[in-house]
Design a protein around this ligand. Sequence first.
Ligand code: ZN
Length: 303
Amino acid sequence: MRKIYLIFVFLLIATPQSTAWGFAVHNKVASNATDIMDGDFQNFLLDNIGSVKSKSVEPDQIKSSDPTEGPRHYDDSDIEHMDINVSSTSEDYDLGVISWAILNATNNLADAILDNNADGILHYAGYIAHYAADATQPLHATKNYDGQFTGNSGIHSRFESELVSRNFYDSFSNTTFSELKIVDPYNATKNIIASGLNLTSEIYYADDVAKNDTDYYDVLWNMTSYIVIDRLNLATQFTANLWFTAYQMAVKNGLEVFSPVFQVKTTSSQVNSNPSSVETPVGLLFIFSIPLIALFRKKKTSR
Ligand SMILES: [Zn+2]
């Protein structure tokens, strides 16, 4: 009996924290986004889809070892704050810098494409897929991310993990996508965060109603499936648009032949594991400020 108990405790400890849509969702967004790309870039991503998918979950995996990583996954947009990631002493960093994370990762992807750096391309493509999906999760746009201020504690994981895993196939049922287009990574993310914030009250309300029903998840799905389906479609489209944008930036900056080369003996850990902390020349296309690595206290709750 004691042995079983210990195994159970071990599993609890060993199981990754439930964060941000769950790993299956991040993998699916990355692979669906690859499907709507085109040309040589798509072929390269398809040939290396395993790496893209594994990189799409890495941002959540490094949170425990990199205290600056957490705030790259959200924006507490309902709290007025300086939206910069330049200060190592600013409390505001902890209120979220996802728009910067997406901008910087897109710039870094553009550089990797320009350099025909295969490892870098896969790394940043995966990170973009992750952050883009997190940006579409409405509860990543608010300080009330776990319903803690409205009597909906625990809604974060019920909504993004349990609900979606119970309805995984249906969650990705909107497969209508627009033509790829160049986007402004920073402001596009801001807009997605703003539209997500507008949906949060629907999620809390659905939680309130569902809690009074014995079929909690059925009711929650009935009331919020339109949000899940719509946002995951958006996550896929946004990821593909950001990849497309990075490719077009590289072309604009002189890419002649797209022919990525893997660095001999280079492991993924040798590629900068912190895509949003590096500023690059290509980044000057969009950038107005220079992000620096910031060292912060760890957030109490992972998102
Ligand atoms: Zn995340």
